[in-house]
Every structure is written in C-alpha cells, then in structure tokens.
Design a protein around this ligand. Structure first.
Ligand code: GSH
Length: 67
C-alpha cells in the first residue's frame, strides 16, 4: 500500500479483527489508534459521524468505514 494507513478501533472490536488480519496477510504496515465508543470526542467521530462505528481504516487521510 502506498502511503500511510491508520486503523481506528476499540480494544474489544471483533469487527476490527477482520481488518487487522487482512492487513497482516497483505504485509501492510499501519498505525493503530484505540478509542472508546463512549468518548464524546472520540478520534473516529469525524471519520464516521453518521453511524459512529469502528473500525475505520484511514488511508492517506481518507476514511474507509463499514469494511
Ligand atoms: N458494519 C460494521 C459494524 C461495526 C460495528 O458494529 N462496530 C461496533 C464496535 S464492535 C460499534 O462501533 N458500535 C458502536 C455503536 O453501535 O454505536 C462493520 O462491519 O465494520
């Protein structure tokens, strides 16, 4: 993957494991950002303001939610 990848997730999100495994299988380096769903200023809110769900994969600043 060209560019920077960040994965926004909670520590317990089972949905995020799909992304973690996919990135690992593909050998893609990424930064993990943990947050809490109850945090009103959560880091993921600007990236998925309607559904307010994680995980969100951010590639070069562009969010991919509901993967
Ligand atoms: N369709 C989404 C579902 C993701 C999802 O439900 N994530 C949960 C955490 S595991 C969540 O963000 N829940 C917050 C809420 O429902 O308000 C996906 O497959 O990624």
């Amino acid at each position: 993957m060209v560019g920077e990848a960040k994965l926004l997730k909670t520590w317990s999100s089972p949905f995020a494991l799909r992304i973690v495994w996919a990135l690992k299988i593909k050998g893609i380096e990424y930064e993990t950002i943990f947050d809490h769903l109850s945090n009103k200023n959560a880091s993921f809110l600007p990236y998925n303001p309607i559904y307010k769900k994680v995980p969100i994969l951010i590639h070069n600043g562009k969010p991919l939610a509901e993967l």
